[in-house]
Ligand binder design. Structure first.
Ligand SMILES: Cc1cc2nc3c(=O)[nH]c(=O)nc-3n(C[C@H](O)[C@H](O)[C@H](O)COP(=O)(O)O)c2cc1C
Length: 333
């Protein structure tokens, strides 16, 4: 346990937690219950703002604060049309850590986040961008491989870690995400220079997660090979792939892409609008599955570590298991 604490020290100090384990923001389900449970168990919960309005985010932060005294973060998506207002809501509540997802932040967003003393965590898909984000004021980085659930990049976690960690890990805390199902993997990434990790898939079947029972059942039945990336149908419409369990919805997405590509061809919409329509589509598809329980025509976003989700259990037990596995792996080196 001592070695694990040592390797996580920069991460726990940065987050203000017992363990440097972030619960990655998951749209619709990373709300007050799951977020507070992760923080109360010694990890770091992150609210998924997703497409929420500033008013809804305001209520969710207040609700989370009522359930935990421990630190937690808020994940904002850079393409949200009201990004500035959302940042202001975080400042009003003195949110200590803001996580930015979805690419390079628009001008002024970073300054706005940091003006009230919040720490800024950003996702980076490549070394060059990591360096640029560090110069722009990022306080910590998340590198997420294509094994992850939800929106994914093209490169695996193991390769990203080799490409990025040796070059930046001394200068800035780096958290690793994507495909982590057990503590042994946490130990390995810490030894490579990460200060902590981020997991999403493993927390979906926690008791505290509000995901529909059908969504959790689909997770419990699935194996790694069932969590597949969506396919780009039209080369003119670049869509960020989404990893989810194989089902009818994957075919619906093909039809949606054809529909949006046709609107692009006809000049009815611009590329930015086309991409926003695709994002709204995903948010709706995930909601149908994770909230309404329609796991056939909704999107069951899941990472490849889904095969390691074996039962429904409290968040505290999941974190305990991960920590024990990591400590045991390090102890036996
Ligand atoms: C159901 C689901 C929804 C997700 N939604 C979001 C999101 O809204 N914003 C985001 O930045 N990441 C999202 N993610 C990614 C997670 O935050 C996290 O980085 C990822 O799950 C880590 O990889 P893992 O699934 O292999 O543990 C989502 C993941 C899942 C499984």
């Amino acid at each position: 346990m001592i070695r694990l604490k040592e390797l996580m020290a920069r991460g726990t100090e940065f987050l203000g937690t017992e363990w440097a384990i972030l619960g990655g923001a998951m749209s619709w389900i990373s709300e007050r219950h799951l977020v507070s449970a992760i923080s109360n168990a010694g990890g770091f919960g992150v609210i998924a703002c997703g497409a929420m309005s500033p008013e809804l985010l305001d209520g969710e932060i207040a609700g989370t604060k009522a359930l935990t005294q421990k630190p937690f973060g808020v994940n904002l998506i850079t393409m949200h049309p009201q990004l500035n207002e959302l940042i202001d809501v975080c400042s009003k509540h003195e949110v200590t850590h803001v996580v930015l997802a979805g690419g390079l932040p628009p001008g002024g967003a970073i300054e706005r986040i940091k003006a009230h003393g919040a720490k800024l965590i950003v996702f980076t898909p490549a070394l060059a961008l990591a360096k640029k984000l560090m110069r722009s004021g990022a306080d910590a980085l998340v590198i997420e491989g294509m094994e992850a659930g939800g929106h994914i990049g093209p490169v695996s976690t193991s390769v990203l870690c080799q490409e990025i960690l040796p070059h930046v890990s001394e200068e800035i805390p780096v958290f690793v995400a994507g495909g982590i199902g057990r503590g042994e993997a946490i130990a390995a990434y810490l030894e490579m220079g990460a200060v902590g990790v981020q997991l999403g898939t493993r927390f979906v079947c926690s008791h505290e997660c509000i995901a529909h029972p059908n969504f959790k059942k689909a997770f419990l039945r699935a194996s790694a090979r069932d969590a597949i990336p969506s396919v780009q149908i039209d080369p003119r419409l670049p869509v960020i792939p989404v990893r989810a369990l194989k089902n009818r919805e994957m075919e619906n997405f093909a039809a949606k892409q054809r529909e949006v590509a046709q609107k692009l061809d006809e000049g009815a919409i611009e590329m930015a609008e086309a991409q926003l329509q695709i994002e709204h589509y995903w948010a709706g598809a995930l909601r149908r599955a994770v909230i309404d329980g329609d796991v056939e025509s909704g999107s069951v976003m899941a990472g490849q570590s889904v095969g390691m989700v074996k039962r429904e259990e409290p968040v505290a037990e999941i974190i305990q298991e991960l920590v024990e596995e990591a400590a045991h792996a390090l102890g036996s080196r």
